[in-house]
Design a binder for this molecule. Structure first.
Ligand SMILES: [Zn+2]
Length: 689
């Protein structure tokens, strides 16, 4: 995952201690106080002053500014004066003002992000024992009053009066004909499409921080797991984070002749987490043994049985908290009144119906059952539910993980060694030495507590950060594989900040596009350590792997999407009701798209994803990332220089996703390239051993 600008603008990284501010604006409501008569008067006067050619702009600007003008901003007369004094009729002045906004927002947003990142570093990085104060600083934000200040100083109203806001539909209709300046002005206006009071923002931010902290510390000590007759299934010191660590361990066992009972055990652990029957004392606790078959706990000190209550819906409480804070904010978004709207229409900028149709084209594809048969033949057994994570197609499963661990450990004993090698990775992709050195000078590698992530910079003088977990005895292959993925994010972040012509357009259309470059890097991880054997065989197997992964995460995403619709349909639900709903939805999605392939019904495994709990409808970005990245990779297949193409594509910046893709590969986002390639690959595989 990556921390993106959209998150920053949405949350505004806001949190203060409510008790000290004593202000609760949540009940203020979202209604404008400017009467129709005043708006009309302002419009008439401005047209008188500047002429009829400005009519459309004036009408739009005055209405936009009036819609968010509140009592504390001044009287109706103040509003009128503001409009008369701040409408930018002169073209040159308007352009100069816009440029000043870009410069100033780079300064403001860039520094805010830097401060937040540094204050939360003790929680995210391996910096020794946490102090109680670290949690408070992590929740503190320098831009607590960011939105308020922009409105109080009237900066926001200058934007609203002079730069038109466009809905997603309008952008889809008109944006094709816009130049770069119009696009960047539209992005400036996007920042002010709502006015959420800081008290509401603070509650929202706190709920996400708490959920993230809950997930970040949800570790299972695998060497303490027994399962009936199996007494020591997992090696010593294996501490896995839910769910990524569990899933990746499960995947790695396809290459282990004794792997099946371990995979079954991991499935059982996941079931206990989803159903919340997991004993609470086994979470992040190395002092107890847990027998997952009988679901009993014993002390490691004396071997005595312990009573330990089940986790009891705590997982779903966090999701419910996030729903409640989002719902509390809904009234302040007049054109995007649900989180579902905000995620699809504002952040992804692809209508939900199109996203769903893309996913269904994969889930319903007749190629899926063919691929399932091929997997069964390779596994020499019937499919089990956890085979949604089958990774025996990918070339790395042909290698022995211990051998890979050794290579990676020798190459990267510590963070510094990894940092130093980054330019070489880029040169292997065709970047010039200079460009590679420049990009890597903007990437800082940090030792992470969690599984790792990439964090962008929002000003050119700052660096992006690559967080990775490196054990004391050196990097492991799994950690390396993730770090390479995160490095792909960093490279995108540097190019799309430094090489895009307007600051307001810096970045990518949505997180799917940054995931695309991360996946492209990750899929070449063996190449970077001189291990890849790119034969025709690995090519077609890699395509089947792509399809199977997209099939898995598309279903998981549909669960996430349906859960959010269910939440909005049941706003008063309890955590227990939410748990039942999530499990029911997961089983329904399973029964529709997976049961016919796996020949087993009512599985709830699709509900295990941690980001469903802590990231508020983020999951659809993953399959979009797969689809987008395949489309881009397919295009890149026969290009001579990967680096030139990456640089060309990622300097486009934050226009609409379909338009970005059109410029990049010559067609809008589509699953066709993946399905077509997978069909050919399945035919080859069918006729091979
Ligand atoms: Zn990612």
């Amino acid at each position: 995952m990556t921390v993106k600008k959209s998150f920053i603008i949405t949350f505004s990284f806001i949190f203060v201690f409510l008790i000290f501010t004593g202000i609760n604006k949540a009940n203020e409501g979202a209604a404008s106080m400017i009467s129709e008569a005043s708006k009309k008067e302002a419009i008439t006067k401005l047209i008188e002053k500047y002429g009829d050619t400005h009519k459309a702009n004036i009408e739009k600007g005055v209405n936009q500014a009036a819609s968010l003008w509140r009592k504390e901003d001044g009287s109706e007369k103040d509003f009128m004066n503001f409009c008369m004094n701040n409408y930018l009729a002169d073209k040159k002045l308007r352009e100069k003002t816009f440029k000043r906004f870009e410069t100033n927002f780079e300064t403001i947003l860039g520094n805010y992000l830097k401060i937040s990142r540094e204050l939360s570093a003790p929680l995210q990085l391996e910096m020794g024992t946490l102090l109680p104060a670290d949690y408070l600083f992590a929740e503190f934000s320098p831009n607590t009053h960011f939105d308020d200040d922009l409105f109080n100083t009237k900066i926001a109203f200058v934007v609203l009066l002079n730069f038109p806001l466009y809905s997603l539909e309008e952008k889809m209709d008109l944006g094709r004909d816009w130049g770069r300046l119009v696009w960047s002005e539209a992005r400036l206006a996007d920042m002010f499409d709502s006015r959420v009071p800081s008290a509401v923002q603070q509650k929202r931010f706190a709920a996400y921080v708490q959920a993230d902290d809950y997930i970040s510390n949800y570790n299972i000590y695998m060497h303490n797991i027994t399962s009936g007759k199996y007494k020591s299934l997992f090696p010593d010191g294996l501490k896995l984070i839910t769910h990524w660590g569990l899933r990746d361990e499960l995947k790695s066992r396809y290459n282990d002749s004794e792997g099946l009972p371990k995979q079954e055990a991991i499935l059982q652990i996941m079931e206990h987490i989803i159903n919340q029957t997991i004993p609470s004392c086994v979470i992040d606790n190395n002092k107890v043994m847990w027998d997952i078959a009988s679901n009993t706990v014993t002390s490691k000190d004396d071997g005595n049985a312990m009573t330990c209550p089940a986790e009891n819906n705590f997982r779903y409480k966090h999701l419910l908290n996030i729903f409640n804070v989002e719902r509390n904010a809904d009234q302040f978004y007049s054109t995007l009144p649900t989180l579902i709207d905000r995620r699809f229409k504002k952040q992804r900028e692809i209508p939900e119906e199109k996203v769903k149709a893309l996913f269904e084209s994969i889930l319903n594809s007749p190629i899926i059952p063919k691929v399932a048969k091929i997997i069964e033949r390779r596994l020499k057994r019937k499919l089990q539910p956890f085979d949604i994570w089958y990774n025996g197609f990918s070339e790395r499963s042909e290698f022995n993980e211990a051998g890979l661990d050794k290579i990676v450990k020798d190459k990267y004993p510590n963070v510094e060694a990894f940092q130093k090698d980054l330019p070489n990775i880029l040169e292997k992709l065709g970047f010039s030495k200079d460009k590679a050195l420049f990009i890597c000078s903007k990437v800082q590698v940090d030792p992470s507590r969690g599984v790792g992530h990439a964090m962008e910079a929002l000003m050119r003088e700052d660096k992006t950060h690559l967080r990775t977990r490196i054990p004391a005895d050196g990097m492991k292959y799994k950690g390396y594989n993730i770090a390479v993925h995160e490095f792909g994010h960093n490279v995108e972040q540097v190019i799309s900040l430094h090489d895009v012509d307007h600051y307001m357009l810096s970045g990518v259309p949505n997180t799917g596009f940054t995931e695309a470059l991360a996946f492209i890097f990750q899929s070449r991880d063996l190449e970077f350590i001189n291990m890849a054997q790119p034969t025709k065989e690995t090519d077609y197997l890699a395509i089947l792997n792509d399809l199977w992964q997209t099939y898995e995460i598309a279903g998981v995403s549909l669960v996430d999407m349906e859960v959010w619709h269910w939440l909005y349909d049941h706003p008063g639900a309890t955590d227990a009701e939410l748990k039942t709903a999530v499990i029911t939805i997961a089983k329904n999605v399973w029964n529709t798209y997976y049961a016919p392939v796996f020949k087993t019904k009512d599985q709830d495994i699709l509900a295990i994803y941690s980001h469903m709990i802590d990231a508020g409808l983020y999951l659809p970005d993953y399959p979009l990332g797969h689809i987008i990245s395949f489309q881009i990779e397919k295009y890149l297949e026969n290009r001579e220089n990967l680096a030139d193409e990456i640089l060309r594509m990622y300097q486009t910046g934050r226009i609409l996703p379909d338009m970005w893709m059109q410029l990049a590969v010559g067609e809008p986002i589509s699953t066709e390239p993946l399905l077509k390639a997978a069909e050919e690959a399945a035919d080859i595989a069918k006729n091979t051993k």
